[in-house]
Design a protein around this ligand. Structure first.
Ligand SMILES: Nc1ncnc2c1ncn2[C@@H]1O[C@H](COP(=O)(O)OP(=O)(O)OP(=O)(O)O)[C@@H](O)[C@H]1O
Ligand SMILES: [Mg+2]
Length: 401
């Protein structure tokens, strides 16, 4: 009987059969022809096949999954070299098919196994195959691979979204610049109206005096000096506006009193027209080290918003007040008006691009631009409060960036 002929006699070795039988691994003792000499209890339990049914049988006749050539080569190497070899059971191959609970294991229906081949009884050319359950490890690996894939996908998606917002951001900035350019042109036109009519009047005077033959040299000289000064003023105005439009590439020591006077210079005609009084409370020597024209642009936008608010609200004593205070590391600029304030429902939206309550008269980019400039370029903060029928804009700027 095959059973008697091949069953391994543990008494002839120092190894206790109990150890092999009760090991928490699969153990098969094979000869170099792949015939089974021992099939331990662990395997009996997992495969529901009894050892006695297998003794003397060729392992590959029982389990068709095994790559016979590979296994034989590994066994021979182990015996020849007196060293363990490994039959790598990768994710699709295993030595012995052992069904596992599918609910527990999302990825595999059969136990994943690592197989070590150990020279066992070299005289009788016997090896021990030790099977280790690697399902958990394989499962973890598969899960990890799935996570890595997911993370990669998310990363790619994130990068795409980032690119998109950068493009949108640039587009918005470009839009706001051209919108501001339009506003600038109307400011130039506004600023030029007075001096141009002055020149026309002076020229008309000279012409009339000449026709009436009353033109003396002195009055002609006087008129020409006035015309000359006014033309100078026109060209200065346009230079100022042009500078205002060139975004500063370098940071400068900016005297805040001068900066406010400059912004008021651009807006004072409109303030006079609407009877708005303006006050500035500042220490003349106060300065910040920052991008000058961008700060100027923001301040003009904020004061312009106050002027606009007075146009729709009939208020008796119209006031715009600016207070500049110095803190330890920051300069705090407060611009206040009594033009009616901002309704509670909309105050959260005013920094959003294109939010405006002025229909055709506003682009809604003014405060958005201020926030981009102050927060992103000047590393400061801007906030708006509405109280007691007025609006209070606070800008905090670092003393130096
Ligand atoms: N001082 C203020 N008083 C009352 N409402 C204000 C004031 N400042 C801003 N707002 C409100 O915030 C909105 C958004 O202002 P923002 O400067 O961004 O755009 P806009 O002034 O409407 O348009 P633009 O600046 O292009 O002329 C305004 O439409 C207005 O409703
Ligand atoms: Mg505005």
């Amino acid at each position: 009987m095959a059973q008697n002929k091949t069953q391994y006699d543990f008494r002839s070795t120092l190894i206790d059969k109990k150890i092999v039988t009760t090991m928490n691994n699969g153990v098969i003792i094979l000869d170099s022809e792949l015939r089974i000499h021992h099939y331990n209890r662990w395997l009996e339990i997992h495969t529901h096949i009894k050892e006695k049914e297998l003794l003397g049988e060729k392992l590959t006749d029982i389990f068709g999954e095994i790559k016979e050539k590979t296994l034989l080569r590994k066994i021979r190497t182990a015996l020849r070299m007196h060293t363990p070899t490994y039959y790598t059971a990768n994710t699709s191959h295993y030595l012995i098919p052992i069904k596992i609970n599918q609910i527990e294991n999302a990825h595999f229906s059969y136990m994943q196994q690592d197989v070590s081949i150990i020279p066992f009884d070299e005289q009788n050319k016997l090896v021990a195959l030790i099977l280790t359950d690697q399902t958990n490890m394989a499962n973890t690996n598969a899960l990890l691979a799935a996570y890595v894939k997911k993370i990669k996908e998310l990363n790619e998606q994130l990068l795409k979204e980032k690119e998109l917002t950068e493009i949108q951001h640039k587009q918005l900035l470009a839009n706001s610049r051209s919108a501001a350019m339009g506003e600038m042109i109307s400011m130039i036109a506004h600023q030029w109206r007075q001096p141009l009519s002055l020149i026309t009047t002076l020229l008309a005077n000279v012409k009339i005096k000449k026709e009436l033959h009353t033109l003396d040299e002195k009055s002609m000289d006087d008129s020409f000096v006035k015309i000359d000064n006014t033309v100078k003023y026109l060209s200065e105005t346009i230079n100022d506006f042009r500078d205002y439009f060139k975004p500063n590439k370098v940071k400068l020591e900016v005297k805040l009193a001068e900066l406010f006077n400059k912004s008021i210079f651009f807006l004072k005609d409109e303030m006079t027209q609407y009877n708005i009084s303006y006050s500035l409370d500042i220490d003349d020597n106060l300065s910040v080290y920052t991008y000058k024209n961008e700060l100027l642009q923001s301040i003009i936008n904020i004061i312009k918003n106050s002027i606009d608010a007075f146009k729709t609200n009939d208020i008796t004593e119209k006031k715009i007040g600016v207070t500049v205070k110095t803190l330890k590391h920051h300069i705090s600029i407060i611009i206040e008006d009594n033009a009616g304030g901002i309704e509670h429902e909309i105050i959260e939206k005013i920094f959003e691009p294109y939010f405006s309550t002025k229909n055709k008269n506003g682009t809604g980019l003014g405060l958005y631009m201020c926030r981009v400039i102050i927060v992103e370029h000047l590393q400061g903060e801007i906030s708006i409060e509405s109280q007691n029928n007025g609006t209070k804009v606070t800008i905090n700027l670092p003393k130096k960036i």
